[in-house]
Design a protein around this ligand. Structure first.
Ligand SMILES: [Zn+2]
Length: 321
């Protein structure tokens, strides 16, 4: 059998977000496939339409769109440009896309209680809820047409399979082409910035919250075992030396955890106090990202039994063991 080399075209789109431009990919499989869409802004819409034209296509030629995860810089244009196409992603992505009111208010309730127990100020909690609503305003209401999970193949895209890579987002999937050792990694693997393992509530009643940094590290190890030769990322350059990059990322986690542990006083401290000490004024601007960083690394230390938590009047304090 003659194997055809996979043709992947990278398109870089502007975003209004802190992260900067986002990459989307056209895969010329049996079905013309787009991985991620960019944000729902006029600028991104024009850029994407023009880039597709340059490749000899129009948006209506795209037959299916695969979403790496639910964040607004990746899913914004599904309604605007691709309402005709089959939208594919992880089932957890669907809830965010449809913006089901029960789901959204459950998230807000959860975070309110969660951050209260971590002694975050009322004002900052409100800011986080507001930011979440702001991000949701960059997506439409169209949900998925097809839900995929670990190991699934995708119709019209022979050779590729789905790898679940939760951590940065619970909905995160990557696409792996085994024969050519290619990975489309979304925001799971980024060359120039360490991906934030963002806090998310549990998706099912009675479950504990996911330990996002621990999940993220497991998912990185999973990708390492795939013997990937090239990663197409959601932001920035393609990654050719995955092992080298991940060695740096794992080292950064260790350094951060060690530094945080060193900051825990004898009498104990809350994660929010640690966040203020560690991130100085940045925590005011980016409360969700900075609290995710702090709690993620505290989770790592706690699982390793280097630290422990004690609850005092409903507030969680961290202690060195
Ligand atoms: Zn993201």
């Amino acid at each position: 059998m003659i194997s055809k080399t996979t043709e992947i075209e990278k398109i870089v789109l502007p975003t209004p977000f802190l992260v900067g431009p986002v990459n989307v990919y056209v895969i010329k499989g049996d079905s013309l496939t787009l991985v991620d869409t960019g944000p729902n802004t006029l600028e991104a819409k024009e850029y994407l339409t023009k880039a597709l034209n340059n490749l000899g296509f129009t948006p209506t030629d795209i037959e299916q769109v695969i979403l790496t995860h639910h964040h607004p810089d990746h899913v914004g244009l599904i309604e605007e440009l691709f309402s005709h196409a089959k939208i594919i992603g992880h089932e957890k992505c669907d809830l965010w896309l449809r913006k089901d009111l029960t789901f959204v208010s459950a998230i807000e309730d959860y975070f309110y209680r969660f951050f209260k127990s971590h002694s975050v100020s009322e004002e900052l909690i409100k800011k986080m809820v507001k930011a979440n609503r702001y991000f949701l305003s960059f997506t439409g209401k169209k949900g998925l047409d097809m839900k995929v999970k670990e190991g699934d193949t995708i119709p019209g895209l022979p050779g590729w399979k789905v790898i679940e890579t939760p951590g940065h987002a619970q909905s995160h999937i990557s696409l792996f082409h085994e024969a050519e050792r290619l990975l489309i990694g979304g925001d799971h693997i980024i060359a120039h910035i360490s991906s934030n393992a963002i806090l998310e509530p549990p998706y099912n009643k009675g479950e504990d919250r996911p330990l996002t940094l621990l999940q993220y590290r497991e998912a990185l190890k999973k990708c390492l075992n795939l013997n990937v030769s090239k990663v197409y990322s959601g932001h920035g350059e393609t990654v050719e030396d995955l092992k080298g990059l991940l060695d740096i990322r794992f080292m950064e986690h260790e350094e951060k955890a060690l530094r945080l542990k060193g900051m825990i006083p004898k009498e104990g401290i809350t994660s929010f106090e640690l966040c203020q000490l560690y991130f100085r004024h940045i925590y005011l601007k980016e409360p969700m990202l900075t609290m995710s960083e702090i709690i993620g690394h505290l989770d790592l230390l706690e699982v390793r039994e280097e630290i422990e938590t004690r609850s005092r009047n409903g507030i969680i304090f961290y202690f060195k063991k």
